[in-house]
Each structure stands twice: as structure tokens, then as C-alpha cells.
Design a protein around this ligand. Structure first.
Ligand SMILES: [Fe+2]
Ligand SMILES: [Fe+2]
Length: 350
């Protein structure tokens, strides 16, 4: 078994950085009246028209979450001229509220030089990557058939691949949109896929191989040095096609080939079909039992992560309301309910 590399420093969001700056404020926990002065990442710049005239809102983020600005009206536009998504800005402001939603009333905003602030302050993170590697490497060690193992190891014993894989987000704004998110998602897909494979008597090693390979295209589809963004080839080809290309190119570099042509096609099919349907980006639907299992495991990881994320975001709920204020795009325009019960755990008979 190979050693995992130590987690990159910026995957540890709560450690004090070299500059000695205070830990970044938790943007999700700020309440009306709280004041803030801290470097933030500009995640969005949106211009809209209204009866009162046009206005711009910025969305700010850091490693703990995000918060929108109050509107910058026409007279405020010079203060934000030239600010674009991906800029790092020093912001002074106070949390206010409009229509039950928090917004940051900005009194001062200044663009900082790129690279002047540690990314670990600015980007959400999956945290320590070591436990994910431990699990995935242990499961990978259980792949006994040599051609399958050799093919998977082309990627998973490559230090450069591992370094990029443990940094990459799993999406740029949806599920697991965090540094290390792709690794966390892969671990979930592998865990869920192994469990379904056992019950459905699918080939567990092949399902695991599919989990490990299905999203490798995201390494080329996304950029994460700053606001998470799609790369040019990500936009033109998508991570499914890119993953198939990456597998193809990597195997082609080996002589002799680590697997047969049929075996390579079976792996290509796992990548190609993992989104299930053409309307969700799959060029073909799953046609093998393992591809079917992988598709459901991928979907289960993505959907449950999205539900957990919307439930954890107080901005989705007005005041003390338990039902989300509106339907949420992250969970396919459903509403979310954050109520619960202790089910009698405190000894009460109910
Ligand atoms: Fe995918
Ligand atoms: Fe995935």
C-alpha cells in the first residue's frame, strides 16, 4: 500500500496562517448588527434592474460560507467599478437584513493583490484529506485481479495525480463544492457503491474501479486557484468526456497495455454512463450491472450532500422557520425542512 501525501496546508481552515491573522469569521453565523472587516473572495457580481433603478449585488465568500452584499445603487457603482468574480477584496461592513435575508452593508471595499491572502481563508474545504485516502487506498488494496489493479494504479499511485485529486472540488457551485470535495465525493461513491454491489451481487472490484475513475475528468474540467471555475476544455467537453479521454491517453502510454481492449471499453462505459441519462450529461445510459450501481451511488452521494448543504445554510430559512423560504435549485427546486425531534431520548413519553 502506498503512503498518502500530507494534506496541503490550505485544507486545514482553522489553523492560524503564517501572517498571524485572526481566523476568518464564520459568514453563516453572522447576525444582524454584526460588523465585519476581513478579506473575502468575490463569488459573484450580479447586475439587476428594478423600479428604483439598476443595482449590483456582490456575493462574498470565505472558507466558512458566503453572504450577499446589500445593493450597490447607481451612485455606489464607482466604489465597485472593475470588481469581478474571483477578486479578493478587503471588506468593511455591517450585517443588515432585507426581506428576512441577511446582507452585508459595505462601507469600504478594496481589491487586494492576487495571492496576498492564503486561499485556505477564502475557499470552503472538506478538511483533512488523510482519512479519505486511508479508506480509498485500503479498498483499492482489495482489488485482486491484476489487470484491473494495474489500470487503476496508473492514476492512484501517481503523486501528481493524488496531489491534484485531493485539492479539486467536486463541482463549482453544487454538491461538494469545496477543496478536497472530489476526494470526499469519491469516497462516498465508493462506500455506497460497494454496499449496493454486495446486495445486488455486482462485481464489487469493478464498481470500486468505477468510483475511482468516474470523475477524474474534473481535474481538467475545473480550476480551483481562486473562485471555482470551469476551464475552457471543461466547458467545451465536460468532465465525463474528459475523464474518458484521460483514461484513454494514460492507458495508451503503457506498453504493454495494462488491460485488454474489451476491459478498457468496460471502464470507459462506467465513466460514460455514470450520469444515467442524456439530459444529465451521459452519452449512453448504464448498460451493465456495475454501471447501474455506480450511477445510483454517484447520485446518492451528490443528492444527500446537496440536501445536507441546504439544511446547514441559515440563509435558506427565514427567521426561525423550519421550512425553507422557497424551493431550492440545489435540490431540484424542492423545499427543505430542518425540523427534527429527539424521539423521546430525553426520557419524555411524548
Ligand atoms: Fe460526474
Ligand atoms: Fe460523481
Amino acid at each position: 500500500m502506498i503512503e498518502h501525501s500530507p494534506p496541503p496546508s490550505y485544507l486545514l481552515p482553522n489553523s492560524t496562517d503564517e501572517s498571524g491573522m485572526q481566523p476568518p469569521p464564520d459568514l453563516r453565523q453572522l447576525i444582524v448588527g454584526d460588523r465585519l472587516q476581513d478579506p473575502l473572495l468575490v463569488l459573484g457580481v450580479e447586475y439587476r434592474d428594478s423600479a428604483r433603478g439598476g443595482f449590483t449585488t456582490l456575493t462574498f465568500g470565505n472558507c466558512h460560507g458566503r453572504i450577499p452584499s446589500a445593493p450597490f445603487w447607481a451612485e455606489d457603482q464607482p466604489r465597485i467599478a472593475g470588481i469581478v468574480r474571483g477578486d479578493v477584496v478587503d471588506v468593511v461592513g455591517e450585517v443588515g437584513q432585507y426581506n428576512g435575508k441577511r446582507q452585508l452593508k459595505v462601507s469600504s471595499i478594496r481589491v487586494l493583490p492576487r495571492g496576498s491572502i492564503d486561499w485556505r481563508r477564502l475557499l470552503p474545504s472538506a478538511g483533512d484529506v488523510a482519512p479519505y485516502w486511508d479508506r480509498l487506498d485500503r479498498w483499492r488494496g482489495e482489488i485482486l485481479r491484476p489487470r484491473l489493479r494495474r489500470t487503476i494504479d496508473l492514476f492512484y499511485t501517481d503523486p501528481d495525480f493524488r496531489r491534484r485529486y485531493e485539492e479539486c472540488p467536486a463541482s463549482i457551485g453544487g454538491h461538494h463544492a469545496e477543496l478536497g470535495g472530489l476526494l470526499r465525493h469519491t469516497c462516498e461513491v465508493a462506500a455506497i457503491g460497494r454496499a449496493i454491489a454486495k446486495v445486488s451481487r455486482a462485481d464489487q472490484e469493478l464498481v470500486l474501479a468505477g468510483a475511482l475513475l468516474h470523475d477524474i475528468g474534473k481535474l481538467e474540467a475545473y480550476r480551483w486557484q481562486g473562485a471555482f471555475e470551469m476551464t475552457e476544455c471543461g466547458a467545451l467537453l465536460g468532465h465525463v468526456s474528459l475523464g474518458m479521454l484521460m483514461l484513454d491517453r494514460r492507458v495508451a502510454r503503457e506498453s504493454p497495455s495494462p488491460c485488454t481492449d474489451r476491459e478498457l471499453t468496460i471502464l470507459h462505459h462506467l465513466i460514460a454512463s455514470h450520469h444515467g441519462k442524456p439530459e444529465f450529461g451521459a452519452p449512453v445510459p448504464p448498460m451493465t450491472l456495475e454501471a447501474e450501481v455506480l450511477h445510483f451511488a454517484d447520485n446518492a452521494s451528490a443528492k444527500t450532500a446537496s440536501m445536507a448543504e441546504v439544511l446547514a445554510d441559515p440563509d435558506n430559512f427565514a427567521g426561525e422557520s423550519l421550512v425553507s423560504a422557497k424551493s431550492l435549485w440545489q435540490i431540484d427546486r424542492r423545499r427543505a425542512f430542518r425540523g427534527g425531534s429527539d424521539w423521546g431520548a430525553d426520557g419524555g413519553g411524548g
